[in-house]
Design a protein. Structure first.
Length: 252
């Protein structure tokens, strides 16, 4: 689990919004780390799924599961630059918003995205194999119908659930627009874990240029195309422009 050089190791899916949340935190703090990119359904990914799901971070001799716990570990290890506000009330508010977007927004975006593109297995198989070679992509494309049936049951890719999820995503964008009007940020007047979480988890509604992987933009998706024009989506793109920065990952 631990590397001899002591660098943290991030086990990730390149395309995932929750994984983007952790990548952003590592990069924002300038923490050198190694990324190990997996493909859903492949043996190592299945092994990790027995303990939860990705992202998983190996750091200082321990394995941390769940994006919120990972950000806690990073803030404790390297508090500067901070993601948690110094003011106790603002800190509580930022953590409440992180939890809200984690629990009520991040999974909804995945549900709508995969459902709306369910009739384009070619694109979806390319999406989940971002960064992989042609052999892996070809294999995933071949087994995609079976994989989607399994994913549909696990993540509720059903029409009623998707319709409810769309409403939650619109509400999230409306909330961002309303709560950032005064200062440009969700809590106080500076970037915090609340802003990072909201922007990272909703990146498919904004498709910011600063995404670090060559993730192919999807074909026409009416709901998402409407979402990209929402002021909340423009705020996401602005957070990426201001705060996404460059990767702190190293090869190895």
């Amino acid at each position: 689990m631990a590397r001899r050089d002591g660098l943290p190791v991030l086990w990730q899916y390149n395309f995932s919004n929750f994984n983007e949340k952790v990548r952003w935190a590592l990069d924002f703090k300038g923490i050198p780390h190694v990324r190990r990119s997996l493909v859903p359904g492949f043996p190592r990914a299945l092994l990790f799924s027995q303990r939860g799901t990705l992202p998983i971070l190996d750091i200082e001799g321990r394995r941390v599961v769940d994006s919120t716990r990972i950000l806690e570990a990073l803030e404790s290890r390297q508090p500067d630059p901070p993601l948690y506000p110094a003011d106790p009330d603002e800190r509580r508010r930022a953590l409440e918003l992180e939890d809200h977007f984690d629990e009520h927004v991040g999974h909804e975006g995945r549900r709508v995205f995969f459902y709306d593109l369910r009739d384009d297995p070619g694109y979806l198989s390319r999406f989940v194999t971002t960064g992989s070679g042609p052999l892996v992509r070809g294999f995933v494309r071949a087994v995609w119908p079976v994989a989607m049936r399994f994913a549909g049951r696990r993540y509720s890719f059903y029409e009623a659930d998707v319709e409810e999820a769309r409403g939650k995503l619109v509400a999230a964008l409306d909330r961002i627009e309303a709560e950032t009007r005064a200062t440009g940020y969700l809590v106080g007047s500076s970037f915090s874990v609340a802003d990072l979480t909201a922007a990272a988890l909703l990146y498919p509604l904004a498709w910011p240029a600063e995404i670090q992987y060559q993730i192919a933009e999807p074909p026409s998706r009416p709901f998402f195309e409407e979402g990209t024009r929402h002021p909340g989506a423009e705020w996401i793109r602005e957070m990426y422009r201001r705060h996404r920065g460059t990767s702190a990952s190293v090869s190895g």
